[in-house]
Ligand binder design. Structure first.
Ligand code: ADP
Ligand code: MG
Length: 340
């Protein structure tokens, strides 16, 4: 059992924040793991994380500390998950993708392109692997529907569970390789499969990256109509995530029941949160006093998540078992799956 890794990232003040607040920020750094946060009422809270990425931190530092160990594990058939959490504008997508997923300075490249490079780099270094495949599915969860970002006609993908592969998105387009909006959760799923020379055993690791929708409270956004409905749905799924975390850390008073089924997000993350996965969470915050209450709730969420324990393991499939269950095409054999 290992704890999930939780870090905070405090982005630089935006020009608007600088105009409104000058150099005034709501946190004071103590060291690389700890800072003091001042809330709206000037009350001090001390927060400690596995690491704090302050405003000058580089994308490479975030990748190397939080995600590279997960990439290495995924190549060794241990599932991994990386999640960005925080209010809209806090720096989640910047961390995940960089300022632009299509083109940006090498130094500013986000986690997602670094993961692609890292997976290929590490898998090539394994001598005993004869064949491998790396597949990517990209979906978004919008209004409790899972939509395929490679094929928008697939707008209500089913989530299934397989004994062999854990949580699966049935029929989501996989590419050998946006629509990403702050009103939806973006989920990138890499599946890494390998066949060994000699005994031809197979093993598979799954690496899931999740850029969550903004965590700001629906009623505070001043939204109406459809936008308010979206915000409520986001709050509902993020509350479900919070409830799963509470239940896993003994805070729910509901015995051993973990309410993964309360939202699509928690179903997809069932493997990742408290299950068979090494998980890392990046809590993104604005440093501005005007965002203090949302930043405080993000940091508290991270504080609770630090107590989750997970038990990642190597996903070895015996050759004959893998063949029988068509590990490369899991949806062909429904017998080992059940719809959640
Ligand atoms: P979110 O995805 O949480 O809604 P974004 O990642 O889109 O927020 O960030 C909001 C703005 O702040 C963007 O213009 C982004 O480029 C900028 N930004 C976020 N984090 C950083 C950072 N660490 N360094 C520089 N600019 C950042
Ligand atoms: Mg975003």
């Amino acid at each position: 059992m290992s704890n999930i890794t939780v870090c905070a990232r405090l982005r630089p003040s935006s020009s608007k924040e600088r105009k409104d607040n000058g150099d005034n920020v709501c946190m004071r750094r103590l060291d690389a793991e700890t800072f003091i946060f001042k809330d709206e009422k000037e009350e001090d809270f001390t927060f400690s994380f596995d690491k704090v990425f302050y405003e000058e931190s580089k994308q490479a530092e975030v990748y190397e500390f939080l995600v590279l160990p997960i990439v290495r594990d995924a190549v060794n058939a241990i599932n991994g998950t990386f999640i960005t959490y925080g209010q809209t504008g806090a720096g989640k997508t910047y961390s995940m993708e960089g300022p632009s997923i299509l083109k940006c300075d090498e130094e500013k490249k986000g986690i997602l392109p670094r993961v692609v490079d890292g997976l290929f780099e590490h898998i090539k270094s394994l001598n005993e692997v004869e064949n491998y495949s790396i597949k990517l599915s990209m979906v978004e969860i919008y209004m409790e529907k899972v939509r395929d970002l490679f094929d928008l006609s697939k707008d209500n993908i089913q989530i299934k569970e397989s004994k062999v592969q854990g949580i699966l998105l049935s029929g989501a387009t996989e590419t050998e390789m946006n629509m990403a909006s702050s009103r939806s959760h973006s989920v990138y799923i890499f599946t890494i499969q390998q066949e060994f020379t000699g005994d031809k055993r197979m093993r598979a690791g799954k690496l899931v990256l999740v850029d969550l929708a903004g965590s700001e409270k629906a009623e505070k956004t001043g939204a109406e109509g459809r936008v308010l409905e979206e915000a409520k749905m986001i709050n509902k799924s993020l509350s479900a995530l919070g409830n799963v975390i509470n239940a896993l850390t003994g805070g729910s008073g509901r015995g051993n029941h973990i309410p993964y089924r309360d939202s699509k997000l928690t179903r997809i993350l069932q493997d990742a949160i408290g299950g068979n996965s090494r998980t890392a969470l990046l809590c993104c915050c604005s440093p501005s006093p005007s965002n203090a209450s949302e930043s405080l709730s993000t940091l508290r969420f991270g504080g609770r998540a630090k107590h989750i324990k997970a038990s990642p393991r190597v996903n070895f499939n015996e050759h004959k078992y893998a063949k029988k269950h068509e590990a490369f095409c899991p949806n062909k054999d429904e017998s080992c799956e059940r719809i959640l």
